[in-house]
Design a protein around this ligand. Structure first.
Ligand code: PMP
Length: 366
């Protein structure tokens, strides 16, 4: 077993469960409850399987061009990858290469420290405040790079653009990556800033607002030089990251702006109603700008609720981690799914007693 000492050992990221059973309500991995654009079906029918014997376009120009057009950019300002996970991993490899610690929040997307460990990048976590907000002052110290999601995950908290700009402006000597996986659900993109600051990279994904988690499409936007460096690393690792069907289907999806806007509007409306319903059930939560909410309950611990919901075939996400062990991250589903969730939660041990106590109080005071 001598070879084992030469192994690159890592503690891997653990994605949310993808249960095989049927009849469940799946609110654990922030997928979109609605199908993708109808244009995807048409593009799927048009796929020429005869061409699958040929390698795809290494530059994925069709998709890069479609994204550039929709976002008003030049093709040289866009990079695409196999989900934003791939884009972010490439970006860590490309931009975080100084030996100085990179900075990210202590409560955030749990892939960041995994990539940093994998790539041997030193890092320093910056604690969020008591309400789980980022303090821009924490990002004005020497560093080898900065990354944070906006809105943040799993909290759903949005950092207003003026603060994002403050962080980018304070760090001209390192790259700042803003991970906008959830920005379409009520945040504001920092995209206009990429022409003002050459150290800003924005990552987005088709997995959430475009209902294409199964296709694995993500993209980065930034100034030409920054995107060129990303491409150099990608071509040194795997030239053909994007397969032919993915390029064709994602290009069709991104052009259908009407479907995209309608889907986001529906999810935002469902989220606003769900937030009220959670509060009625006694949950505590901050307003979310994402397609999920982050909730805690004073009378029922999160692990108990998590297991109870699972026993009722509803999957949500519980992170067994410091500071957030008593919280659940719950994806916004359809109106019907959220109504069912609320009915089931009202019967959950702890929550049910609180509700019946409140009713009795009501009777006594009448
Ligand atoms: N960033 C954040 C903050 C996320 O929550 C996710 C979803 N797990 C991703 C990036 C990656 O998403 P994808 O690879 O599906 O684009």
């Amino acid at each position: 077993m001598g070879w084992e000492k030469r192994v690159r050992r890592v503690v891997p990221y653990v994605p949310g469960e993808q249960p095989k059973e049927s009849g469940i309500i799946k609110l654990n991995t922030n997928e979109n409850p609605y199908p993708p654009s109808g244009a995807v079906r048409i593009a799927m029918d048009a796929i020429n399987e005869g061409k699958l014997r040929l390698y795809p376009d290494p530059a994925a120009s069709e998709l890069v061009g479609a994204i550039a057009e929709v976002y008003g950019l030049s093709e040289k300002e866009v990079f695409v990858g196999v989900g934003s996970d791939d884009v972010l991993a490439m970006a860590f490899m490309t931009f975080f290469h100084s030996g100085e610690p990179i900075l990210f929040p202590d409560i955030t997307y749990s892939f960041y420290d995994v990539w940093a460990d994998l790539l041997r990048i030193p890092y320093e976590k910056q604690p969020l405040d008591g309400d789980f907000h980022i303090d821009p002052e924490d990002y004005k110290k020497p560093n080898g790079g900065i990354v944070f999601p906006n809105p943040n995950a799993p909290t759903g908290a949005f950092l207003p653009l003026q603060y994002v700009e403050e962080i980018v402006a304070a760090n001209p000597d390192s790259v700042v990556i803003v991970d906008e996986a959830y920005v379409d659900f009520g945040g504001e993109s920092a995209l206009p800033l990429i022409r003002k600051y050459d150290n800003l990279m924005i990552a987005q994904t088709f997995s959430k607002s475009r209902s294409l988690a199964g296709l694995r499409i993500g993209f980065a936007m930034g100034n030409e030089k920054l995107i060129a460096y990303l491409n150099d690393v990608k071509y040194s690792f795997n030239s053909y990251t994007m397969n032919r069907p993915a390029i064709a289907l994602a290009s069709a999806a991104v052009r259908d702006e009407g479907h995209f806007e309608e889907c986001c509007r529906k999810i935002i409306a469902t989220r606003e109603k769900a937030q009220e319903d959670f509060r009625t059930l006694g949950f505590r939560l901050e307003d979310s700008c994402a397609n999920f909410v982050f909730v805690t309950h004073p009378d029922a611990d999160a692990e108990t609720i998590f297991n109870y919901l699972k026993s009722r075939k509803i999957y949500v996400r519980w992170f067994n981690k410091p500071r957030i062990r008593n919280y659940l991250r719950i994806t916004i589903g359809t109106d019907g799914e959220m109504e069912h969730l609320m009915t089931v939660l009202a019967e959950c041990p702890g929550i049910a007693e609180r509700l019946s106590g409140r009713e009795q109080d009501g009777i006594r005071t009448e």
